[in-house]
Design a protein around this ligand. Structure first.
Ligand code: SF4
Length: 295
């Protein structure tokens, strides 16, 4: 199952609209059943992880450790996760001849197959458009089945809408990051760490958002903290907003007025110690050079 989900930045001649029809069917009994899952290359989106960790009864950190492998999504080290496979490339969720062991909670890429979702933006447009490309792999016999279906109906049949609705802001974020200028294109390490936390490690992100430091920095209501404690989807959506603020400076989350000054005040002793050490090193270096000149 090849993965082309997050990777096409410009309009391609093969980009299909929701009304386009494909000839495809996959079902138990087809000669290639499960073959695609034996060659799985599945990039995970945030809501995929939320669903699968719940299904498997794991925390987000346990899910990441046991069922995911990291990769870099771009040249700036933007962290991505793929579903883990065994040494032969087979997805660990494959349950023998029964097929997918997490079918109702399977990731977005699996739902779309043999389509890939393309999030595109026309030059000069601020609006992203969703288009699709057809993936035709030699092993897949689904294309030979006698069923024609529109992409819109196929997406509905596979339950793609709900997953896309919850991941859409994240896809937009990736697209904006990709098309942004170099100033935004090379985020600092702390922003990349926040990206990982908010996108994938939701349980630890919840702890981070509920921490005293976070509460001291952002001006958010008690209702907000109650809501995100009870609703992981609300937490996920908040995480996407926070990432936009951290990566692109979009101020949608109010900060406490003196949060910056407070942070500066706390760091002052560290900076002062560092400056003193640098001054001492400079003086030592100059004295050593002068001694060398004398000799
Ligand atoms: S999660 Fe399920 S559908 Fe997706 S590759 Fe694994 S076994 Fe196949």
């Amino acid at each position: 199952m090849s993965d082309h989900k997050f990777d096409i930045p410009s309009k391609s001649p093969t980009a299909l609209t929701p009304g386009a029809k494909i000839k495809f069917s996959c079902h138990k009994g087809i000669s290639c059943f499960n073959t695609c899952c034996k060659h799985a290359d599945i990039t995970l989106a945030p809501y995929d992880i939320l669903r699968m960790k719940k299904r498997l009864g794991l925390t987000s950190a346990e899910f990441i450790n046991q069922h995911a492998v990291p990769f870099e999504m771009d040249g700036d080290g933007l962290p991505g996760l793929k579903l883990k496979t065994d040494d032969s490339g087979a997805c660990l969720q494959l349950d023998g001849d029964a097929g997918c062991g997490v079918y109702e909670d399977r990731p977005t890429v699996c739902r779309y197959y043999p389509l890939a979702l393309l999030t595109l933006r026309e030059k000069g447009s601020s609006e992203a458009e969703e288009r699709y490309s057809l993936v035709e792999e030699e092993h897949c016999k689904g294309h030979e089945e006698d069923r024609e279906i529109s992409i819109a109906d196929y997406r509905q049949e596979q339950g793609c809408d709900h997953f896309d609705d919850l991941n859409r802001d994240w896809y937009q974020l990736l697209l904006k990051k990709k098309s942004a200028g170099p100033g935004v294109g090379h985020p600092p390490k702390t922003s990349l760490q926040l990206f990982f936390l908010a996108s994938y490690d939701l349980d630890n992100f919840a702890r981070f958002v509920q921490s005293d430091n976070f509460r001291a920095a952002y001006d958010l209501s008690a209702d907000f903290y109650r809501e995100i404690a009870e609703d992981e989807v609300a937490l996920l959506k908040f995480g996407f907003r926070l990432l936009r603020q951290a990566l692109f400076g979009e101020q949608s989350i109010p900060e406490h007025e003196c949060a910056w000054e407070d942070r500066m005040e706390k760091r002052k002793p560290i900076w002062e110690a560092r400056q003193a050490a640098e001054r001492e090193a400079y003086v030592r270096d100059r004295e050593a050079r002068m001694r060398g000149g004398d000799g």
